[in-house]
Each structure stands twice: as structure tokens, then as C-alpha cells.
Design a protein around this ligand. Structure first.
Ligand code: TA6
Length: 280
């Protein structure tokens, strides 16, 4: 009989006082921090970690945890005027990475284990009243994260996933569109390779990306399926940026790449954004 469980645990890695949930489905496991509703670990089999957590990640003082799958909502990057009509000081990547979420439901079956976390936000800078955001996480032979908000309003979102890489030089993300927005050089680039490699600071938005992507490395392949997106963001800070980030070590850039499932439209819309991860 397949062993399945959902259990509360205090602490993960060096974050020893962090309230978490642990999901187990046979040999697969995942750990989710209630702070930020942030998946911090996904192991399809024991000791086979898919996600990357900075050894210098912190969760006190309202800091967002560096690693796992941070949730960016209701805006991505700096808040544009749509989200900041009063032009006040607002954090990068929205308001929910440093909030304590509630567990609203959980279920275990022979098919999967899943949990739903919920956060109610009062008075967003651009929308008065209360808005409810949900993250559902389902574990079986893959891990699926779904971020949803039923409110029809301007909202962006991203599942800002940090993936462990064993050899950055061989890491490759494809298939990607043949052009991208280069945020490092503030320009648009045509790239017939339709792939992202990591040879320098990389910060790219690929608009209208495909539903099925692959993160390829020398000896392993990760399937990344996405739904409800209109873009994929690919990021690696490289050495200089890493050196300026207090929650990264100098060599951290060599250990991860971010491949982010995003919805960057600012139209009035409800949100359902999913990323499914599977080692193949
Ligand atoms: O997704 C890429 C990016 O927008 C980069 O520009 C960089 O800012 C990164 O996210 C990390 O942002 P954070 O606010 O988590 O430091």
C-alpha cells in the first residue's frame, strides 16, 4: 500500500522555526512553508531535490524566502502605475511572499495528496475591499502548483521557481519562443536557438511561451508544464548580482536557475496559473 501523509512540521533546512507542511506520496515528498505559501522542497525520490533554497534564506523581518517557489502577486517585478495609483513604496513581486497563509483544505488518496492554502488580502493598493488568493499543491508522480484568484481585476502573477542545477554550464531551457525581452540590457532579442543557456547574468521574459518546457542538464531532465500563463521568465543573477544580494552566497548563482510560469497581462481578469514539475 502506498504510504501517503500530510503532516505539520516546524522547520525546514536552516529555517528551524518555520511552520511548514510536509506531503508524502510513496517515495515522493514536498515541503511547503505556511509563510508565503512557498513550496521549499520537491523530491520525486529521497535525496533527489528538484528545488533550490539559498543557505542564506531568511524569513524574519518580513523578508521573502530566497528559493523554492516564491509566489509573485498581484504584480510581477516593480509595481507599475496600474497597481500603484498612489505612487507609494511597494515591494518587488507583490504582497504575499511575506504573509502567513492558512490551510483551508487537504486530502489524501491513492491517486495523490494535496493541500490548499488561502490568504485574504485587505485593500490592495489598486483594489479596495478583501481579495482571496489560493494556492493548491498536488503531489503524486509529479508536483503541481496552482495559484488562483476569482476576483476579476488587474492582477499579474508568477510561480517564481528556483531549480537546482548541478552544472550551470550544461543547463538548458527549451523550447522557448524565438524572441525575448532582455531585462539585463533593456532590449528585445531574436534568438533562433529557441533555448536559454546560462553564460552570464540572465533575466529574460519570453512572451507567449509554450505549455511544455524542459530544463535539461547533463544527466537529468525536468519536465515543466504550465497553464494559464502568457509568459515564461528565465533568471540567473550571475556573480556580480549574487554578491549584492544578502541572501545569496557568492557562488549561489552556480547552483540554480529560475524558470518562472507567469501571467503578466494587466487586463481585468480572474487568475488560474499552474506549473507541473516531473523528473523524467
Ligand atoms: O524573475 C526575475 C526577477 O524579476 C529578477 O529581475 C530579480 O529581481 C528576481 O526576480 C528576484 O527578485 P526578488 O524580489 O525575489 O529579489
Amino acid at each position: 500500500m502506498l504510504q501517503t501523509s500530510i503532516s505539520q512540521q516546524t522547520g525546514f533546512a536552516h529555517l528551524s522555526d518555520l511552520p511548514c507542511l510536509k506531503l508524502q506520496y510513496g517515495t515522493a515528498s514536498a515541503v511547503i512553508s505556511l509563510y508565503g505559501a512557498q513550496v521549499l522542497s520537491y523530491q520525486p525520490t529521497a535525496e533527489n531535490e528538484v528545488l533550490w533554497l539559498s543557505p542564506k534564506a531568511q524569513w524574519h523581518n518580513q523578508q521573502a524566502i530566497r528559493g523554492g517557489v516564491p509566489l509573485c502577486w498581484p504584480w510581477f517585478g516593480p509595481a507599475s502605475a496600474t497597481f500603484n495609483p498612489q505612487n507609494i513604496s511597494l515591494p518587488n513581486h507583490g504582497l504575499v511572499r511575506n504573509k502567513m497563509w492558512q490551510v483551508s483544505s487537504q486530502q489524501s488518496s491513492a491517486d495523490s495528496v494535496s493541500v490548499t492554502l488561502t490568504l485574504t488580502v485587505q485593500d490592495l493598493p489598486h483594489v479596495q475591499g478583501s481579495t482571496r488568493l489560493q494556492l493548491s499543491v498536488t503531489l503524486n508522480d509529479s508536483l503541481t502548483l496552482t495559484l488562483s484568484c476569482d476576483s476579476v481585476m488587474p492582477q499579474q502573477a508568477a510561480l517564481h521557481s528556483y531549480f537546482t542545477v548541478n552544472n550551470l554550464d550544461s543547463a538548458l531551457v527549451r523550447p522557448l519562443p524565438s524572441s525575448y525581452q532582455d531585462k539585463v540590457n533593456d532590449t528585445f532579442v531574436d534568438d533562433s536557438s529557441c533555448a536559454a543557456t546560462f553564460k552570464a547574468e540572465t533575466d529574460r521574459i519570453y512572451h507567449q511561451s509554450a505549455a511544455q518546457l524542459w530544463l535539461e542538464q547533463a544527466e537529468q531532465l525536468l519536465s515543466l508544464s504550465q497553464r494559464g500563463h502568457d509568459a515564461t521568465v528565465v533568471w540567473n543573477p550571475w556573480q556580480e548580482k549574487s554578491s549584492k544580494m544578502s541572501d545569496l552566497q557568492l557562488d549561489s548563482y552556480q547552483q540554480f536557475v529560475c524558470v518562472e510560469t507567469a501571467n503578466l497581462s494587466i487586463d481585468n481578469q480572474a487568475l488560474t496559473l499552474s506549473q507541473q514539475l516531473k523528473r523524467t
